[in-house]
Design a protein. Structure first.
Length: 254
């Protein structure tokens, strides 16, 4: 690998870690950089290497959030368990469900998510009242299953969907929703690596070098989110969702 390509990957990992720690969507930055720098590698190797870099940043962001704010584990753990399992199912579905069918649906969903967030300025600014215990676990399992399946099958915007789900379904503010999403995202990354590592689809030296920069970016992003609160997370969330919409729209209609 050329030196300039390595610099590109490390810079992408740093920025991806920052974005992912705040609002999800780091893969939008990191995966294209890997595809550009490693044109001779298979898609599976690119995705496996991306997951190695991502899981370290996501894990460190989750730990930083957990030290500073109260993560709602009663919701997060069931969601993470379901996401881990259904991420496998999503990966297997790639063989029989064409992604071309899914891309327009995801584009519409992202548009609805962003419009809903923009037209409701108080959405996710503060936490709402806690749900009845009988509602929390079924909702957490369902959300984890849906997002886990999507992340295993397709992926772009999974972190943003997680954050929106935690705000909309569980009345969390954006800061707590982002912290919860990091734990669930860690589970989906681990599920993906459980496939990619045994099958040999990981470039360890590249992945671990990127992981160090992804961690640095994640720590910076989580620190800014904790310092500036839900309003900051909400703003970055809208920005990331907008970029995802443009990117998926371009891929869908060109």
């Amino acid at each position: 690998m050329a030196e300039v390509d390595l610099i590109l990957l490390l810079a992408a990992a740093l920025f991806a870690g920052f974005v992912d720690a705040v609002a999800g969507g780091g893969g939008l930055i990191q995966v294209p950089a890997l595809l550009m720098a490693l044109p001779a590698e298979s898609p599976a190797t690119v995705f496996g290497t991306n997951k190695v870099a991502s899981i370290f940043g996501t894990g460190n962001a989750a730990l930083r959030y957990a030290r500073r704010i109260c993560i709602p584990w009663r919701i997060v753990l069931p969601a993470a368990a379901a996401a881990f399992l259904f991420s496998f199912v999503g990966g297997m579905a790639v063989a029989w469900l064409p992604k071309a069918v899914v891309r327009p649906l995801v584009l519409v969903l992202l548009l609805l998510v962003m419009v809903y967030t923009v037209v409701k300025p108080d959405f996710g600014v503060v936490s709402g009242s806690q749900l009845a215990p009988g509602l929390e676990r079924p909702r957490a399992l369902l959300m984890g299953a849906l997002v886990g399946f999507y992340d295993g099958f397709f992926g772009p915007g999974a972190g943003s969907f997680m954050i929106f789900g935690f705000v909309r379904l569980f009345r969390l503010d954006f800061l707590h929703a982002s912290s919860a999403a990091k734990v669930v995202n860690f589970a989906t990354n681990a599920a993906a690596l459980a496939y990619f590592v045994p099958s040999g689809h990981v470039l360890w030296v590249t992945g671990l070098a990127m992981a160090a920069f992804n961690i640095a970016g994640a720590l910076l992003g989580a620190g800014l989110a904790l310092r500036h609160g839900s309003g900051f997370v909400r703003g970055v969330f809208i920005l990331v969702a907008s970029v995802l919409i443009v990117r998926l729209g371009y891929d869908t209609f060109t």
